[in-house]
Structures are given as C-alpha cells and as structure tokens.
Design a protein around this ligand. Structure first.
Ligand code: SF4
Length: 249
C-alpha cells in the first residue's frame, strides 16, 4: 500500500521531468512559452530550478501549484528513454492522484484496498500510454462519491454547491462544514474565517481564494496544489496530510 509520502513530489530524486516534458504557454502563471520536451531555461544542469525561491514574484506562479503526486521520481527511477518518460508523466501523474484520494478513503472504508491494488497494478504497465485513465478515474470516482456522501451525511440545499460558480464571491465566515464543493469555482473568493471542516473539495478551483483564518480540518480530497494556489495565513487550518505553503507566512 502506498503511503502519502510516496505520493508527494520528491524533486531531489527526479530529473526535472515536469520542467522538460510539459508544454507551457505564456500567461499569468508562466512567464514564457515552452514546447514539450524542451527544458525550461530556468532549469539548471543538476535538474534544480534556478529561481525556486522567487517563482511567484518572477511570473512562474503556475510552477508553485503543479503537483506530480510523486510520479516524477517514480518515472525517473524506472529509467526509460526520454521520450518514454515524457509520455508516461501525465498518465502516471493521474494514476498517482487517484491513489492519493484512495489512501484517504482507506482511512474510512476497507473497500479502498482493492481499488488501490488495482491502480497500483495499472501503474506498473510497461507502456503507460496504453492505459485508459478515464475508465480508471470513473471507477475510482464512484468510491469517492460514496465515501463523501457517507461522511458528510445529508446537508441543507445551500451546502450542495457542486460545480457552483463562486468566482470572487463574498463568503467571509460562511458555514460550509460538510458542504459539497466538488469542482466548485472559488477563484478569488473571500473565504476568510469560513468553516470548511469535512467539506468535499475535490477538484475545487481555489486559485487566489482567501482562506485566511478558514478552518479546513478534515476537508475531503483536498490536494497540496489546491492550497498552494490559494491565499491564507498562519491561522488557516489545513488537513493533517497537507502543509501550509510558504507564501502564507
Ligand atoms: S521555472 Fe523552475 S520550476 Fe518552473 S518549469 Fe522552469 S525550472 Fe521548472
């Protein structure tokens, strides 16, 4: 069974795959265009980022919110050709993301054990480009939904906000405990002091949302990249598996 540490990026044991394999388009999140397969100009020969401490101020905010879920170091360890590694990265990343969610489900439901074994098995496929990731995701999603519904119980209509457009919404102090915020658009929302305990936040877009003073204890299916994309402060409470990002201090 993987533990969650295995599903976190370990850049020291990766050959900078995300900085080479992926395509980047010049935008507010990435200061230059970069085609797939070409190393970012900020990547040093030792596969470290030369501007790591200044990514947010130098226009590379997108790099601070990318999370490979440990796929980078695993592909590096397998030691295939460059082309094979580049093709494998986005697929293994998605499979590891599913494992991240499933290890959380396992805390509550033994049924996750078989699903984890299945995804681990699929992850070992020699040519990962042959894997039907959408089918794997759909099967896992059923289990995630069931777990979410069981843990959150029946909630009022105002807490059923799946996929809601809450961009820039004023939600200071809102009671979203055990709410369904799956895939909600919370970009730039004011969530200061909000109660998000045990809210289902899978896929919620928290870019630039203000989580200062918010309580996300026990929030379901939340990832490090989601909170890295948000604002917060030293009083923001996050689930125990996650770490408050440096820009919150
Ligand atoms: S800016 Fe740094 S972290 Fe971002 S792609 Fe380039 S080398 Fe990688």
């Amino acid at each position: 069974m993987p533990n969650r540490t295995d599903l976190q990026a370990d850049c020291g044991n990766c050959v900078g795959l995300c900085c080479i394999a992926l395509t980047f388009t010049k935008s507010a999140d990435f200061a230059l265009d970069k085609p797939a397969g070409e190393p970012c100009r900020n990547l040093r020969d030792d596969f470290r980022c030369s501007i790591h401490k200044d990514l947010r101020t130098k226009g590379f905010q997108g790099c601070t919110v990318y999370d490979c879920f440990g796929a980078g170091q695993e592909i590096t360890r397998r030691g295939q050709s460059a082309a094979e590694m580049f093709a494998a990265l986005p697929i293994l990343r998605q499979l590891h993301e599913l494992l991240w969610y499933l290890t959380e489900v396992l805390e509550y439901d033994e049924a996750a054990r078989a699903a984890i074994a299945r995804i681990e098995d699929v992850s070992r496929t020699p040519d990962l480009t042959t894997v039907d990731v959408n089918a794997e995701r759909a099967a896992v999603n059923e289990l995630l939904l069931k777990t979410s519904q069981r843990l959150r119980g029946k909630q009022s209509k105002k807490k059923e906000r799946r996929g809601a457009d809450l961009i820039g919404a004023r939600l200071r102090g809102a009671d979203f405990a055990k709410a369904n915020l799956r895939g909600a658009y919370l970009i730039g929302a004011d969530l200061r002091g909000a109660d998000l305990r045990q809210a289902d936040l899978i896929g919620a877009d928290l870019r630039d949302a203000d989580l200062s003073g918010a309580d996300l204890t026990g929030a379901l299916f939340l990832t490090q990249s989601q909170i890295n994309a948000a604002r917060g402060d030293q009083t923001t409470r996050v689930p125990s598996a996650l770490t408050p990002p440096p820009h919150w201090s």
